[in-house]
Design a protein around this ligand. Structure first.
Ligand code: ZN
Ligand code: ZN
Length: 382
């Protein structure tokens, strides 16, 4: 176990996020942060009574995304506190509003990184809600315009209420816990691979082998691609092959990188720390593309325009995926037997799990078992 920040002592009473539950709302047990330094603490959140188009979900599992760590610790911006993170939610429908036809109580469903968008801009009308011109409503820490401007609270909790338009169907073939990370890590890597029309015989490179990278390898393999993992650590070669990669290249070895020259069609770069992309562009063939998915806090070394020009290369970014595409991804994963490699944690282990994620000590995604949120004993032995 990685030594890290001290785990905050258990509280006698959970901190209520919204002290006065409005008419018909219910209280959910949750874990969240009250400041950048607080770590995750037990608290309660009020969930609205389902409105006409709402789906109430009893959460079973929630994946731990690296974004959750950045958000709760205020590393990107200072979020509204208290903040309950979690946007890889899987659970079962408990109640639906009168206007909901497509979900019934008992259905296994998922919620990803968004719970709403403007629904009328060009992006939204194209099913690209993640690129909503007015900004999509994030699953946590966002202002929920259609719900009185309240702040959204995420999936480290026992229930959530979400508009049906942003609820996904989890296919029966998928293990519910291993499916949770598909809702962020899965769709974030699936979307650019689909955008590039990766198919049988294409060559895909994956930079970084964490939560996103391991999903990129599995999904690209399932699409029929030949997959090369670029890693800074030779120790990860076996792990890459275990995931199905055909090749592993030590990215800090210039000779190995030279050997990979003009061997790849599309690169999925999942590394969030600043790094030099030029050696990766050299591994791309004519008309190749590099998608950057990690968002570094600092500037990156400049990209050589000559390299792009001489091979007509594209340097692109990509953000999660739209709702329709997320459903397509879930169905694709069910059909191809693709899911995340996970380690299940209980509520009392959340702070330690965060430290282990920061240290890169997870294969490959932690998933919170939300049934442990309700047990005070779990809190006490945290
Ligand atoms: Zn995420
Ligand atoms: Zn929009």
């Amino acid at each position: 176990m990685t030594p890290g920040r001290p785990v905050p002592p258990p509280l006698a009473k959970p901190i209520p996020v919204e002290r006065t539950a409005s008419q018909g709302s219910t209280l959910a047990a949750a874990y969240g942060a009250t400041s950048p330094e607080s770590g995750l603490l037990p608290m309660t959140v009020a969930r609205r009574a389902p409105k006409e188009d709402d789906v109430e979900i009893a959460i079973e599992f929630c994946g731990l995304c690296h974004s959750d760590v950045h958000a709760t610790r205020g590393e990107w911006r200072l979020p509204p506190y208290p903040l309950v993170p979690g946007h890889e939610i899987v659970g079962k429908v408990t109640r639906v509003g009168s206007g909901v036809q497509d979900f019934v109580p008992g259905d296994r469903v998922g919620v990803g990184c968004m719970v709403d968008s403007c629904r009328e801009c060009a992006s939204c009308l194209e099913g690209l809600e993640q690129y909503c011109e007015r900004g999509n409503v994030g699953t946590y820490g966002a202002t929920d315009v259609r719900n009185g401007g309240s702040i959204t609270q995420g999936g480290y909790s026992t229930s959530v209420v979400v508009d049906r338009r942003f609820v996904l169907r989890i296919p029966e073939a998928l293990d519910p816990a291993a499916a949770a990370p598909l809702l962020c890590a899965g769709i974030t890597t699936y979307s650019p691979l689909r955008y590039f029309d990766v198919e049988e015989g294409d060559s895909v490179g994956v930079v970084g082998l964490g939560g996103l990278g391991h999903m990129a390898v599995k999904i690209a393999k399932a699409m029929g691609a030949e997959v090369t993992v670029f890693t800074t650590s030779e120790a990860k070669f076996d792990a890459a092959r275990d995931l199905g990669a055909d090749h592993a290249v030590l990215s800090k070895d210039p000779e190995a990188m030279e050997e990979a020259n003009r061997s790849i069609d599309v690169i999925i770069d999942t590394v969030a720390a600043p790094h030099d992309l030029n050696p990766y562009f050299r591994t791309l063939r004519l008309d190749g593309a590099l998608f950057q998915l990690g968002l570094p806090a600092e500037d990156m070394p400049p990209v050589s325009p000559g390299l792009l020009i001489r091979r007509r290369l594209a340097y692109a970014g990509s953000l999660i995926g739209g709702i329709e595409e997320t459903q397509e991804m879930l169905d694709f994963c069910a059909e191809h037997g693709v899911a995340s490699d996970i380690e299940i944690v209980n509520a009392g282990q959340l702070n330690e799990a965060y430290d282990r994620m920061v240290a890169g000590d997870v294969k490959y995604r932690f998933v919170l078992d939300t049934s442990t949120l309700q047990k005070p004993s779990e809190r006490a032995d945290a």
